[in-house]
Design a protein around this ligand. Structure first.
Ligand SMILES: Cc1cc2nc3c(=O)[nH]c(=O)nc-3n(C[C@H](O)[C@H](O)[C@H](O)COP(=O)(O)O)c2cc1C
Length: 306
């Protein structure tokens, strides 16, 4: 048995001590979890999606439970970048886990201006560009479903910000590899996928949609097989690291993504159900490696036998 497997991995220029990251929007600004887990054990922390200005998001109801998952239409409520720097970043800077900022804009110019501000701010290890939010009227997914628009946004952010750049892709497309290649060509250092799948639910008594926004993003175990398939397809199509996201609840789920070719994973909805999910997933990956006598994470990544 290997005593202490080496879980380190480099994701497009960010050195992670292990592959377990938090998914944007499901972990607040990390302080919310301070009492519940050891934040310094996380491979990386990705904070709630930020825009230049603070945003109120969509009206309630904004979440609905579904079989094996949930629908949300938060609409990217956030404190705005300047408040984030003033109120949230000082705490995050003291942690020993790298912090990635997830961003979105309504226009390419907004993405670029925010990226420029991030480049001038100390304490941020990387940027995750959300081109995939299905719950906002303009911006978001409009850029993630058109290869040309995806290229333009990622290039604009790339020009303004030298930090490691991850493009977060939408599953609401026919062929995810087309957008993946476009984001990679535009200069993304890595790709993260998937964001939520657009869905809807109806209250049969009131005959009204369960979400005020009518449609919302489906997350949780229900989307995992779709996410895994898209990660596997994307890994074949690009030469940059891919971060797997979608319904990862346990170490076994995370291992499926790593074996299929993901270099790291993000834990989202699972943290709402079990706030210690990230820690349990990390322990479980380490246990698996010890049992299988694997000394390095690269002994798992992209080892799918076909
Ligand atoms: C309540 C909620 C809020 C989210 N907010 C964001 C966000 O601000 N930016 C973003 O890129 N993704 C956001 N996401 C998407 C997640 O980061 C993740 O991609 C998705 O939920 C799939 O992973 P999961 O099944 O593990 O939750 C959000 C998801 C949920 C459930």
């Amino acid at each position: 048995m290997t005593d202490r497997p080496d879980l380190r991995v480099n994701i497009g220029g960010i050195h992670l001590k292990n592959p377990v990251m938090t998914a944007s929007g499901t972990f607040g600004y990390a302080r919310e979890f301070e009492e519940l887990i050891d934040l310094n054990r996380l491979g990386a922390i990705i904070v709630k999606g930020l825009s230049l200005e603070a945003a109120k998001g969509n009206p309630p109801p904004r979440v609905a439970e579904t079989p094996c998952g949930m629908l949300n239409a938060i609409g990217l409520e956030n404190v705005g970048f300047e408040n984030f720097v003033k109120d949230k970043l000082p705490f995050l800077k003291k942690l020993r886990s790298p912090v990635l900022v997830n961003i979105y804009g309504r226009t390419i110019e907004e993405y670029a201006r925010l990226a420029g501000r991030i480049a001038d701010t100390e304490g941020i290890a990387g940027i995750e560009v959300n081109i995939s939010c299905p719950n906002v009227r303009c911006g978001g997914v409009a850029f993630g479903t058109d290869p040309l628009a995806a290229h333009q946004v990622i290039s604009a952010v790339r020009r303004q910000c030298p930090l490691p750049l991850t493009a977060k892709l939408s599953p609401n497309v026919t062929d995810i590899t087309v957008i993946a290649k476009s984001a990679a060509d535009a200069g993304a250092d890595s790709l993260s996928l998937i964001n939520t799948l657009t869905g809807m639910a109806v209250d049969i008594h009131s005959r009204r949609p369960k979400l005020a926004n009518i449609t919302g993003g489906l997350s949780g175990p229900a989307i995992r097989p779709v996410a895994l398939r898209m990660v596997w397809q994307t890994v074949q199509a690009v030469n940059i690291p891919v971060i797997g996201i979608g319904g990862i609840m346990t170490a076994e789920d995370a291992l499926e993504f790593l074996i299929a070719g993901a270099s790291a994973i993000q834990v989202g909805t699972a943290s709402f159900i079990n706030p210690r999910a990230t820690m349990e997933i990390l322990d479980g990956i380490e246990k698996y490696m010890k049992e299988k006598n694997l000394s390095q994470l690269s002994d798992i990544i992209a080892t799918l036998e076909i």
